[in-house]
Design a protein around this ligand. Structure first.
Ligand SMILES: Nc1ncnc2c1ncn2[C@@H]1O[C@H](COP(=O)(O)OP(=O)(O)OP(=O)(O)O)[C@@H](O)[C@H]1O
Ligand SMILES: [Mg+2]
Length: 410
């Protein structure tokens, strides 16, 4: 650690910092707006929560409940409701000394669920069995988990959140093994709860796997704007000092979040970022205009994040499109893009892909929502694509800069 001492005080910055320090914070508890916070009340999900409780209740008697597949769009309260209900169950089980255990796995977490090996290692660890991070055959890791589970004579409720991510990485064989495990276990039992925001997830599963995972299914519908408002109002009370959030903010925030589909996470994030931006400006209220600023900021970060994580060939294709794009040249054709792309490949010593492949990449950039590619017919000359950028125009210079740095073009 290096101490920075003996500096020349920058009056302007010092003034801002002192003003910031003197100001009452706007937040009481910012954490209440962050993901993972367990709110005291869950509104508009009574039906689903009751349903989950009814399905899982037999576990308290040591009977294996039906496996359950929970699905619905992002931010509709799936994770929250499952965590809430399973916590109620395991609390009661602990109180009454019942042999029941709930394990929650978020399959989006790389270190836990990107291979079958890692997942079973993690599960075995929960039962007190240490397994080396690599080196054993996967079957042996599975057997260790199996034995550890059997030793405990327990009912295990295994929650696999974002289960589509797991299957995308390791295939559906793992689910086949997990749903069949009960026919091999003698004293323990496993109940699986899968959660996904991919509404078509089960369509791609092997039909046997599908029917055992979906013994019960539960849909979480999107919230409407009024429901989001009431969720936000509850959180505002915990998160902000009284009176800080101006009238109209909650309504507008809910309206923005409900524009696409009612996504409570998006609404909470918007409110949090609006609060942070207001705080940075040293003002004492969150005003409606901060929601617009917050929306821009979130969109900017989202796009930059997508762009930065694309493979190099994608980045160079996008860079070519952006270089050709200008306010007076809003539609660009695949041919021009390819020409520039090839030239740039030469400059950075990258092996160019075929025009066909670049054309596929253009289609994929369209799917990511960064560009819009419209197929148009050119009569006898066949078809081509008219391409335009679909990001907010203010963002373009920033995106180009990110690409130049990433590709070492500058
Ligand atoms: N009914 C509700 N009452 C209070 N807070 C809620 C409610 N529904 C969702 N939230 C909050 O909204 C955020 C998103 O909810 P949750 O994580 O449960 O969504 P999800 O359906 O699991 O979404 P994803 O599919 O993206 O994982 C969380 O911070 C959660 O606390
Ligand atoms: Mg979730």
């Amino acid at each position: 650690l290096e101490l920075i001492g003996g500096i020349v005080v920058d009056e302007g910055i010092r003034g801002y910092l002192e003003q910031f320090l003197a100001k009452e914070p706007l937040f009481l508890k910012k954490g209440a707006l962050q993901d993972g916070y367990m709110p005291e009340t869950i509104s508009h999900r009574d039906e689903q929560i009751k349903q989950i409780a009814k399905i899982l209740a037999p576990s308290l008697r040591g009977d294996r409940p039906s496996n359950l597949f929970v699905y619905g769009k992002t931010g509709t309260g799936k994770t929250l409701s499952i965590k809430y209900t399973t916590a109620q169950i395991s609390d009661l089980a602990a109180q009454k000394n019942l042999p029941l255990k709930v394990l929650y796995v978020n399959c989006k977490m790389k270190k836990i669920a990107d291979t079958e090996y890692r997942l079973f290692t993690e599960l075995a660890k929960e039962f007190g069995k240490a397994i080396p991070p690599t080196g054993l055959p996967t079957q042996e890791v599975y057997t260790k988990f199996f034995d550890a589970l059997e030793e405990k004579s327990q009912l295990l409720i295994l929650v696999l959140d974002e289960i589509d991510q797991l299957i995308k990485k390791v295939g559906d064989g793992i689910l086949y093994n997990l749903t069949r495990i009960n026919s091999e276990l003698k004293t323990s039992k496993v109940c699986i709860i899968g959660i996904s925001n991919d509404l078509f997830f089960t369509d791609h599963l092997d039909s046997r796997v599908k029917s055992s995972l979906s013994e019960e299914e539960l849909l979480f519908p999107p919230y409407n704007a009024l429901q989001i408002q009431s969720i936000l109002r509850d959180r505002v009370k915990t998160a902000f000092k009284e009176g800080v959030v101006k009238e109209g903010v909650v309504e507008k925030c809910a309206a923005i979040a409900a524009r696409d589909h009612g996504d409570a996470r998006r609404a909470l994030e918007l409110l949090r970022v609006a609060g942070e931006l207001a705080e940075r400006d040293n003002i004492s209220n969150v005003e409606v205009k901060y929601l617009d600023l917050a929306e821009d900021k979130i969109e900017r970060e989202r796009v930059i994040d997508i762009v930065q994580t694309q493979p190099k060939q994608y980045q160079l294709t996008l860079y070519s499109i952006m270089s050709l794009y200008s306010p007076d040249n809003r539609t660009i054709f695949t041919g021009e893009i390819y020409e520039l792309y090839r030239k740039l490949c030469g400059r950075i010593d990258m092996r160019p892909l075929t025009q066909r492949r670049v054309s596929d990449i253009i289609g994929e950039l369209d799917m990511l929502g960064i560009i819009t590619a419209k197929v148009i017919s050119k009569g006898r000359q066949g078809r081509t694509r008219e391409i335009s950028l679909s990001t907010n125009h203010n963002l373009n210079p920033k995106i180009k800069k990110v690409l130049e740095e990433g590709l070492e073009l500058a």
